[in-house]
Design a protein around this ligand. Structure first.
Ligand code: SAM
Ligand code: SF4
Length: 483
């Protein structure tokens, strides 16, 4: 009987993609997915190190598996991804029942390492050497790329796929652990990206669903791939992919403000399938904090970038990340962040309390001197300001028709109608707004028109116009989501 694996994923979209690729790799050598940890022969934790909280979650989940391992010593427990690279042997000290510690650079060897453990060769550790101690060339070599053949069964849905455009990061923002755990920036060859998107589009066409692809990179807009005389940038990738049959929508995350070039913005404006949606983290509205964070731009330059986006792509949705309570952040400096959020009117923002990461420049050179309670207060305040803006920005969509790629039944889809064939569905607009409406599950994976009836900060509620041919709002569009 085939061995069964279960993967628990924490962290960003990169990790979600890695888990899918790990699953593809394991299925490729004969494993089967298990529906729970309990039923699995191999339990893998794909981990995150960006904040302390993510690591705490993993260590407590590992603690809970101790008894399962005592009960069945043949169960293999592996810790993979960023925390594996960061903590290395410390994982065994904190959780001695772990069999395997594998960094993001060694995921291609995972199946072989699991076999070695199963035949008594464990515990095993496979991580890259400390980046600081290696030359750039050594680091590039040790952070090998992992791109196994994609299996549609390992994705959450056939109609959405993430595709890696680049690996790693060379920015070394002073608070961030990513360059150490994910290795140097490396862009994938444009031909390889195109080939993968064509394969995913073929799979979607075979299943009669629309495909949305999200290109991923820590700073995806710094994509740079040299082929002979020619250097390809992200805009070139978008132009190359836009005409692929079966591809309905194309997105790209995450962007760095410094690399938001006019040619990229122009590509978004020009290309029909590319979503008018930009996730460009600002992190702070204070120039002193941005300098301490080593972000390489000022708040004024960030605002100027926003003007360029809005001039070229009217109605574009822009989203951001912010860190509050960074080392030495005063109340006045925090207020500058609040002011930026008020002016920029982001579609939404992800707000994080600063969490010192061992080995980063900030952790070693600055005091983490904003008390936890104050970080929480700033977090809540900024979130409240952002949520009020999100709600206000969603109101003008009421009465308009938006195009929704249907993702599946909503969480509360228990709300079934008498006919039994109608359920509450959830999907997204091209600008990444969440829409909930009633419809048949046959609509999952299709792009359908939905008339918006009400709107909150996080969700739009509407009714499907799928059955009404050519249904269109009579109102003039002023927002990329409005039709
Ligand atoms: N590469 C992206 C960029 O430059 O914006 C971000 C990648 S990071 C994994 C995602 C977000 O986590 C960051 O934008 C930042 O807001 C947050 N983050 C990173 N390090 C952090 C830390 N030490 N404490 C709190 N938040 C942090
Ligand atoms: Fe971290 Fe900065 Fe790289 Fe983003 S750009 S991953 S925040 S170092």
């Amino acid at each position: 009987m085939s061995k069964r694996f279960y993967i628990e994923t924490v962290g960003c979209q990169m990790n979600v993609l890695d888990s899918e690729l790990i699953a593809s790799g394991l299925i490729g050598v004969g494993y089967e997915p298990a529906e729970s940890r309990r039923r699995a022969d191999v339990v893998l934790f794909n981990t995150c190190s960006v904040r302390q909280h993510a690591e705490d979650k993993i260590y407590s989940a590992l603690g809970r598996l101790k008894h399962a391992k005592e009960h069945d010593p043949t169960k293999i427990i592996g810790v993979v991804g960023c925390m594996a690279q960061k903590d290395g042997p410390l994982v065994f000290r904190r959780a001695p029942h772990v069999d395997l510690v594998v960094g993001p650079s060694h995921l291609g060897q995972l199946a072989r390492l699991i076999d070695e453990v199963a035949t008594g060769g464990g515990p095993l550790i496979a991580v890259s050497p400390d980046r600081g101690a290696a030359t750039h060339a050594e680091a590039r070599e040790s952070f090998a790329q992992f791109n196994p053949t994609r299996h549609v069964e390992t994705r959450a849905s056939a109609h959405q796929a993430m595709v890696r455009a680049m690996f790693g990061c060379d920015n070394y923002c002073s608070y961030c652990v990513v360059p150490a755990v994910r290795g140097p920036e490396q862009s994938r060859p444009i031909d390889e990206i195109e080939k993968e998107v064509r394969l995913l589009a073929r799979q979607a066409l075979d299943r009669h669903v629309a495909l949305e692809v999200t290109l991923l990179g820590q700073t995806v807009n710094s994509y740079r791939y040299r082929d002979g005389e020619r250097t390809y940038r992200l805009a070139d990738v978008l132009y190359r992919l836009n005409d692929i049959e079966g591809l309905a929508r194309l997105k790209f995350v995450t962007n760095h403000p410094r690399h938001m070039t006019d040619d990229l913005i122009r590509a978004v404006a020009d290309l029909e399938k590319v979503s008018p949606y930009f996730h460009v983290p600002a992190q702070s509205g204070s120039d002193r904090m941005l300098k301490r964070m080593r972000r390489g731009y000022t708040a004024g330059q960030y605002r100027e970038m926003l003007e360029r986006i809005w001039a070229a792509v009217p109605g574009a949705a822009v989203t951001s990340d912010f860190i509050v309570g960074f080392c030495g952040e005063t109340e006045a400096e925090f207020d500058e962040t609040v002011e930026l959020v008020r002016q920029a009117r982001f579609k939404n923002s992800f707000i994080f309390k600063y969490s010192p990461r061992p080995g980063t420049y900030a952790a070693e050179h600055y005091d983490d001197d904003v008390p936890e309670r104050e970080k929480r207060r700033r977090n809540n305040k900024l979130l409240a300001v952002q949520n009020a803006i999100s709600e206000e920005e969603n109101q003008p969509l009421v009465g308009h028709t938006v195009e929704v790629l249907v993702e599946g039944p909503s969480k509360s889809s228990a709300k079934r109608h008498a006919a039994g064939d109608v359920t509450q569905l959830v999907g997204r607009t091209t600008c990444d707004r969440i829409v909930v409406f009633d419809g048949s599950v046959d609509l999952v994976g299709q792009v359908v028109p939905v008339e918006i009836e009400s709107a909150g900060a996080f969700t739009l509620f509407g009714k499907s116009l799928f059955h009404r041919e050519g249904a269109k709002s009579a109102k003039k569009p002023q927002n990329a989501d409005r039709k």
